[in-house]
Design a protein. Structure first.
Length: 226
């Protein structure tokens, strides 16, 4: 990765780790919204901060944390409850009516002095009782907005070129992430039936601007025993 991209990545990492990180995040969002950062550049920068820790041979110094940032520890609990290692059974529903079943692993941890979380998701195609080749892999950065109960989530899926941004919030007993897919259609990721040992997750999309929703994928998730 070139020096310009490295500089951008370092700027984002530094901004997010500062005490006034909500203001820094707002600046990143405003820049993105006003068109000063095109999507290709955004992919490079976001993948740099998100993926480097997941795939580098050595951990990235200053990224990992062992606990939430104390002044916002209560707020961080919304997604902090998922810190640890998880396994899942996955079903993907294709537009033609066919299904693809898979086995997933999902790893969550604190980053940036506990002011954010990062997770890594790996999906493998099921082959009988065993999981085979990787068919999906991605990572997400999750952090709370200042002054609200909302969260911002950025997801990168390199294998298929996905770059999604979401607004997340608690809705009753569920956690709902609202965003748009690559076709600019409304999309939601929903965490439900949440306990300390298991939860259900599904992705839905609306082809008619929110009037109806179609399930794209769902997973039954449980804490790994390994």
């Amino acid at each position: 990765m070139g020096t310009a991209a490295d500089a951008g990545i370092n700027w984002i990492a530094t901004a997010l780790s500062r005490p006034n990180f909500p203001t820094a995040r707002a600046a990143v969002r405003n820049t993105e919204m006003e068109g000063y950062m095109n999507k290709a550049t955004c992919v490079i920068l976001v993948m740099g901060i998100l993926v480097s820790s997941a795939f580098a041979s050595q951990p990235l110094k200053g990224l990992a944390a062992d606990k939430p940032f104390p002044p916002i520890a209560d707020k961080m609990a919304l997604f902090g409850q998922f810190v640890g290692d998880w396994e899942a059974n996955s079903v993907i529903y294709n537009p033609n009516g066919s299904k693809v079943t898979g086995k997933a692993e999902w790893h969550w941890g604190w980053i940036l002095n506990g002011t954010a979380l990062q997770d890594v998701y790996i999906l493998r195609l099921s082959a009988g009782k065993r999981a085979s080749r990787v068919i999906g892999i991605g990572t997400a950065l999750r952090f709370p907005e200042a002054g609200t109960d909302n969260w911002r989530v950025v997801y990168v899926g390199p294998m298929k070129g996905y770059l999604y941004t979401f607004n997340a919030r608690r809705v009753g007993d569920e956690i709902v992430l609202d965003g748009k897919n690559e076709d600019d259609a409304p999309m939601r990721w929903i965490f439900s039936k949440i306990t300390s040992r298991a939860f259900h997750w599904k992705a839905v999309v609306s082809p008619d601007k929110g009037r109806s929703w179609q399930v794209m994928q769902e997973m039954s998730v449980w804490r790994s025993r390994l």
